[in-house]
Each structure stands twice: as C-alpha cells, then as structure tokens.
Design a protein around this ligand. Structure first.
Ligand SMILES: NC(=O)c1ccc[n+]([C@@H]2O[C@H](COP(=O)([O-])OP(=O)(O)OC[C@H]3O[C@@H](n4cnc5c(N)ncnc54)[C@H](OP(=O)(O)O)[C@@H]3O)[C@@H](O)[C@H]2O)c1
Length: 243
C-alpha cells in the first residue's frame, strides 16, 4: 500500500502520516509547507509536495504534472486521506468574509473531490478514500454554517460515491472527535458573539478532554487499514469498535 495524506504538516494529518509511516506504509504528504520532522524520521518512506489545496487551479496543475503518477507507479493499493481543512469564517450570515468563505469551500470540498476523482482515474487498483469530516457536518452549530456545510458535503460525497458500487473502491467520511490541534486553538480564539458555544470548547481544553492527535491518529489508521473500512460511508471515530 501507498498513502497520500493532505495537511500532513501538523495536527491530525501529521499524526496520521506518522502512524502510517510507523507501520511501514509510504506516505506522500500534500500541504502548503513542509514537515521536516517526518523527513528526518522516515527518510526512505516519506515524500511531500507543496501545493495550495485552496487554489483549485494550482491543484489541477499539480495533478496534471508527473509527481502523483510517479508516486503511484508500483503501488499494490492506495489510501487517500483527505485531511487538510479549515474552519473558515466563523460568523452568522451577513458577517462572513467572502475570501475566507471561498477558501474554506475550495479547501474543504473542492480539493478532496478533485483528488478523489483524479486518483480513481489515474490508479486502477484497490483504492481507499477517507474524508476527514466533523460532527459539525451532522449537527447544527451557530456560527459554523460554512464549516458545517463543507463537512456535510464530504459526508454526502462519500454516500453517493459508495452508491456507485465500484468494487475496487472503498470510501468513508469519518468524524474524528475533538482533537488538541491548532484548529482547536483557532476555535478558542473566536468571539462568543460569533460562536455561542465558545465556553463549551474553552471548558473541553481546560478540563483536559481533548484527544491527543497521536491517539486519534492511531485509532483512525487502524480503522483505515481494517476490513471494516468503507462498510459504512459515514462514520464517527468515537463510536467505531476498537481495532
Ligand atoms: N481538531 C479537531 O478537533 C477536529 C475536529 C473535527 C474535525 N477535524 C478535521 O480534521 C482535519 C485536520 O484538522 P486539524 O485540527 O489537524 O487542523 P490543523 O491543525 O489546523 O492542520 C491543518 C492542516 O491542513 C493543512 N492546510 C491548511 N490549509 C491548507 C491549504 N490551503 N492547502 C494545503 N494544506 C492546507 C495545514 O498545512 P499547511 O499550513 O502547511 O498548508 C495543516 O497541515 C480537518 O479537516 C478538520 O476539519 C478536526
């Protein structure tokens, strides 16, 4: 197997890349910056490419280049993890910054959909696609209409792609739980006026109730590699049987 992980430079993405590499699975990371720690730790198995996934033209140019084709050569199976994501503008309608809104839709929806389609075209073997979703796509939170809508789109993309019944393809959109990453720090910096649930998220951090990226990644990767993966098109990491 070879894996492709977007947003591998920090947070959950870095931890998932590390967990895959630790199992001897090669990883190609895609993000705007690089991750020197993974290069240092796994010089033989890890490679990375710099691409702004919020820019669909830049992503398409990268897909049209030869990095991905070279990487896929000789793979016995491929795992794509669409992990890179952003909260986007946190505000009610009428107060959402338009550039941030477009960037969030491009990064959270357009990039995973383009990557999924390109891989299914370029790679004809067994393909597993995981979208990293969120509970925010399944419950309505004030202030998070953009973030919630983008994650709900990933869930429905997985349901419809699963309905295509392509036998070599397994796909699942998975909510990972609440994880102690930069994204949570960003959430804690939003204003209570824009995000009425702010106190709840401050308390989760204060009470030590956030999952560590390493723990979430271990569980996630065990699931990605398991026979159970893709049996349901939409899942929550917290309610999966422990692998
Ligand atoms: N943390 C949570 O509690 C939580 C809960 C539910 C769901 N999730 C989901 O889990 C995923 C990972 O979240 P996280 O908390 O680990 O986020 P994070 O710490 O903010 O990391 C985001 C990653 O995405 C990459 N990224 C951001 N913008 C990008 C762009 N324009 N192009 C390419 N890469 C980009 C970043 O790399 P560069 O900056 O180097 O580009 C970074 O590696 C996201 O999809 C998020 O929605 C997180």
């Amino acid at each position: 197997m070879k894996a492709i992980v977007t947003g591998h430079t920090r947070g959950l993405g870095q931890a998932m890349a590390s967990a895959l590499l630790g199992r001897g699975i090669p990883v190609l990371g895609l993000a705007r910056s690089a991750c020197p720690e993974l290069t240092e730790q796994f010089p033989e198995l890890f490679q990375q490419a710099t691409v702004d996934l919020a820019d669909p033209d830049a992503l398409q140019r990268w897909l049209d280049g030869n990095v991905l084709d070279s990487y896929l050569a000789g793979a016995t199976s491929v795992q794509l993890v669409n992990n890179a994501g952003t909260l986007g503008p946190v505000a009610p309608l009428g107060r959402q910054e338009s550039d941030a809104l477009v960037q969030a839709v491009n990064l959270n929806i357009t990039a995973p959909l383009l990557l999924s389609d390109a891989l299914a075209r370029k790679y004809q073997g067994q393909l597993r696609i995981a979208h990293i979703s969120s509970g925010a796509g399944r419950s309505a939170f004030a202030g998070w209409s953009i973030y919630g809508a983008t994650k709900a789109a990933l869930d429905h993309h997985a349901r419809c792609a699963a309905a295509d019944c392509v036998s070599r393809l397994r796909i699942c959109s998975i909510a990972p739980g609440v994880i102690d990453t930069d994204m949570q720090a960003t959430i804690r910096r939003t204003s209570a006026e824009d995000f009425p649930l702010l106190e709840r998220f401050l308390a989760l951090k204060h009470q030590g109730e956030l999952t560590s990226p390493a723990d979430a990644a271990e569980r996630m990767v065990s699931h990605l590699l398991s026979e159970e993966f893709g049996k349901e098109a939409v899942a929550d990491l917290r309610s999966l049987p422990t692998a």
